[in-house]
Ligand binder design. Structure first.
Ligand code: WQD
Length: 325
């Protein structure tokens, strides 16, 4: 099948594009390279801004596709609080442009656990009402609603995949996470352990209502996320109904537990200091991912914390400058 992967030069997008290509799909990546890296995806690439409706229409007219996997978005909780309008334009307009340019085309959407906000239950399942705490989560929830309205009108089916915390790198360290700046916990903890974070790691709040006072998240290996997207496309190609699925492990780890795991994997101390809570952060987000198993046969098989952290350490050791070397 001919698959359009937007944001395919990004972390999860490039991992998925590579897996699709290995699964004998014809993959066309669109990326504006504002965040992504050309080295992350060695295949066919069109560089343009998905917020530009006429550019999307022109691309669609010349490139019929069988399915769309849409990753392109801004995805930093803290940044979205400071720049909400930038997030609304970056995360919603491209979805509308793609749906208008590719009517009826099956659509796999990169959504987020941030759509839930801070629920009262320990495990988050897809039946929970959405109450995002930050603009990032709100844009993802809005895009899901756009896709649901499109599907209800019979104008195209979708699967929205609500990632929990993507982490880890490809085995062998040839492909991994490289954001500029890097805001995510695991890469920052690894960089701190390797002496590449001058100020050390800041722990955003040690007074949360959790066993050790630090935030809890459900970390899922990027390879597991990529596999879920391939399964979601197959599900749609099999004319299955639109749905929303959590992608997580069902096991949460606190910031301090992550720090200890990184210290174990690097045999180095992670220098850290307590810092104020970060705006938009919920205390705990852990998936109930049983529905993804029921609907897709998916479960996280590469997401043991030791493997996630070890694969990230190998990537950072081998690529101190990320892709820009
Ligand atoms: C994890 C925890 C921070 C950095 C991410 C993505 C988002 C979404 C969910 C897909 C938080 C704490 C972090 C640091 C810290 N994924 N932290 N010091 O915010 O949970 O969201 O996963 O949609 O796209 O951004 O991930 O790694 O930034 O933070 O204490 O220097 O680590 O407070 O509790 P987050 P994160």
């Amino acid at each position: 099948m001919r698959i359009l992967v937007t944001g395919g030069c990004g972390y999860i997008g490039s991992t998925t594009a590579r897996l699709l290509a290995k699964s004998d799909h014809e993959v066309m990546v669109v990326d504006d390279l504002s965040e992504g890296h050309r080295q992350a995806w060695p295949g066919a690439l069109e560089i343009f801004d998905l917020r530009d409706a006429s550019a999307v229409q022109s691309f669609a007219a010349a490139n019929p596709v069988d399915g769309i996997v849409h990753f392109a978005a801004r995805a930093y909780v803290g940044e979205s609080v400071a720049q909400p309008l930038r997030y609304w334009r970056a995360n919603l307009v491209p979805v509308l442009n793609l749906c208008e340019a590719f009517p009826g085309t099956p659509f796999v959407f990169s959504s987020s656990c941030a759509t839930y906000g801070q629920p009262t239950t320990a495990r988050l399942d897809e039946s929970l009402p959405l109450a995002p705490l930050n603009p990032y989560g709100a844009t993802k929830a809005a895009a899901e609603r756009l896709l649901q309205d499109r599907a209800d009108a019979g104008q195209g089916a979708f699967v929205a995949l609500r990632y929990f915390n993507a982490a880890g790198a490809a085995a062998g360290g040839h492909h991994g996470e490289h954001h500029q700046p890097e805001n995510h916990l695991i890469p920052r903890a690894v960089m701190a352990a390797l002496g590449r974070l001058a100020e050390g790691l800041q722990v955003f709040g040690t007074d949360w209502n959790t066993p050790d006072g630090t935030n809890i998240r459900d970390y899922v290996h990027v390879a597991d996320l990529a596999e879920a997207h391939v399964l979601a496309l197959d599900y749609l190609f099999d004319d299955q109904p639109s749905t929303v699925l959590n992608l997580g492990t069902g096991r949460g780890y606190s910031v301090l537990e992550i720090i200890r795991a990184v210290e174990e994997a690097t045999s180095q101390a992670v220098p850290w200091t307590a810092a104020p809570r970060r705006a938009g952060d919920p205390a705990e987000l852990v998936a109930d991912a049983t529905r993804a198993f029921e609907m897709l046969g998916w479960q996280a098989e590469h997401s043991a914390l030791e493997h996630i952290v070890q694969s990230a350490v190998v990537w950072h050791r081998k690529n101190p400058q990320g892709y820009s070397a």
